[in-house]
Design a protein around this ligand. Structure first.
Ligand SMILES: [Zn+2]
Length: 231
């Protein structure tokens, strides 16, 4: 039995933090296997890799279908002009998750976002970072985590902040308040961090960024999770 570490040519997948994998051979003349150092599935596309071995590297055969990660773009209707902003609008809005582990992957989170949009909820995974909804123009908004400089000044003007989102669930959820009530939402059961924001009635597009390759949640600058616009 021999074990060695070899560079991984991941073909766009995200499998190994170090860029290397552990390769073992039971006997010198046996086909090597990847025995450690890499995930069983790509943390973006949720697919198990098929490896190919050369003298100096381990290669993943099939390319990742999402080499740039996933930007989710969804649209919800807000005909009432009353946008309910929360971290959690379950059970009124929920998604089917046949594979609970898939939510750990970028694709699983994107599927949750797409499913939630299908029932009228703009859902976006975040960290437990605290998010704010800011107006950036007459019909444009961002959902962002601002930074505070050493003088205590926030990186986005507080006067543009419409509401804050407590991210205990590590997500935001936005929906038309009347649509939420029509699906059984109980206004008396709303929490302290659930707010209803007045916006112009219409269709709202949410472009969510946290699944993008290179999205930096620890950036020193404002972290924009979503751009929102009335279309
Ligand atoms: Zn992949």
């Amino acid at each position: 039995m021999t074990i060695e570490r070899m560079p991984l040519k991941a073909n766009g997948h995200v499998l190994s933090r170090t860029g290397e994998v552990e390769v073992s051979r039971m006997f010198d003349d046996m086909e090597p296997i990847v025995s450690g150092g890499a995930g069983y599935v790509c943390t973006v596309c949720n697919r198990p890799p098929t490896y190919r071995f050369t003298d100096d590297a381990v290669h993943v055969q099939e390319p990742c279908p999402y080499p740039d990660g996933i930007t989710t773009t969804i649209t919800i209707s807000v005909p009432s002009g009353k946008l309910l902003v929360s971290d959690d609008l379950r059970p009124v809005f929920n998604w089917d998750d046949a594979d609970p582990m898939s939510y750990e992957t970028t694709l699983g989170k994107a599927q949750a976002t797409w499913q939630m949009a299908g029932v009228g909820c703009a859902y976006g995974p975040a960290d437990n970072c605290g998010l704010d909804l800011y107006r950036t123009g007459p019909d444009s908004y961002v959902i962002a985590s601002p930074r505070i400089d050493e003088d205590g000044n926030p990186s986005l003007p507080e006067s543009d902040c419409l509401t804050s989102i407590c991210t205990d669930l590590w997500a935001y959820s936005c929906a038309d308040f009347e649509h939420w009530k029509a699906r059984g939402g109980d206004p008396t059961a709303l929490g302290w961090s659930d707010t209803v924001v007045d916006v112009p009635p219409g269709e709202y597009r949410f472009i969510h960024h946290s699944g993008e390759r290179g999205f930096d949640r620890d950036s020193a600058d404002t972290v924009i999770y979503a751009h929102v616009e009335r279309i």
